[in-house]
Design a protein around this ligand. Structure first.
Ligand code: CA
Length: 230
């Protein structure tokens, strides 16, 4: 049975969400503030985390950032704020998706299913495909979701993994932001160039820290190439 952590300080809302998800066959632990959320996260392995934006003691963004520093667990942010900027900040900190309060429980469930499915499919290696995809000195481990460079490695989130796979399969292609968006977020997030840019720049930073090289080169008016002169 999949186990979720829900960090939400509105007790009635938290209990309603947990009740609904438990009826759908998930196990849900609730934490009512950010510090309790962190303690719960450290105490167990969760399949997915639902994180409220504004929380006592430690806010949801801070918690998201801390969890993402050490884990690729799928994270959905719950926010009462609908400004696009806030959504983007959530994505910059590594959240995979968000819902805006008040939301329909069915919508939340659809997003959970989509995210879990994405997380599952990336772990299944299609027959006939190599476990390791190699390109330009980097190796993508499709089983462990790691990027390996020499004897160092860094782990990837679901979105980062999909991005790497797209680019490493055909490294000389230039991919438009729309294409990248369709491969990763279609149906999950409204289209925004910035979502693509933010995810690529986060991934680029990871790869630069790993290898000292700059991957992903923006091609003006077109999109991105895996590697190019800057
Ligand atoms: Ca709150």
């Amino acid at each position: 049975m999949k186990r979720f952590l829900l960090v939400e300080d509105e007790k009635i809302l938290a209990k309603n969400i947990a009740f609904f998800l438990e009826r759908e066959g998930y196990q849900v632990d609730i934490a009512y503030d950010g510090e309790a959320g962190w303690a719960a996260y450290k105490s167990k392995d969760y399949d997915l985390i639902l994180l409220d934006w504004t929380l006592p003691k430690k806010d949801g963004l801070e918690l998201c950032k801390e969890i993402r520093n050490e884990s690729n667990v799928p994270i959905i942010m719950i926010t009462a704020k609908s400004e696009i900027l806030d959504k983007i900040i959530g994505l910059e900190l590594g959240a995979d998706d968000y819902v805006v309060k008040p939301f329909d429980q069915r919508e939340l469930l659809a997003r959970i299913h989509a995210l879990l499915r994405r997380n599952e499919t990336k772990k299944i290696i299609e027959p006939g495909t190599e476990q390791l995809l190699q390109c330009k000195g980097l190796k993508l481990d499709r089983g462990k979701l790691l990027i390996i460079y020499k004897d160092q490695s860094v782990s990837l989130t679901a979105n980062e993994y999909k991005l790497m796979e797209i680019f490493m399969k055909k490294p000389d292609n230039v991919y438009s932001r729309e294409f990248i968006y369709e491969q990763i977020w279609d149906g999950l997030l409204e289209y925004s160039e910035r979502t693509v840019d933010v995810t690529i720049s986060r991934l680029r930073k990871k790869l630069t820290e790993l290898s000292g090289e700059k991957f992903f080169h923006a091609v003006r008016g077109l999109g991105y190439r895996f590697r190019g002169k800057s």
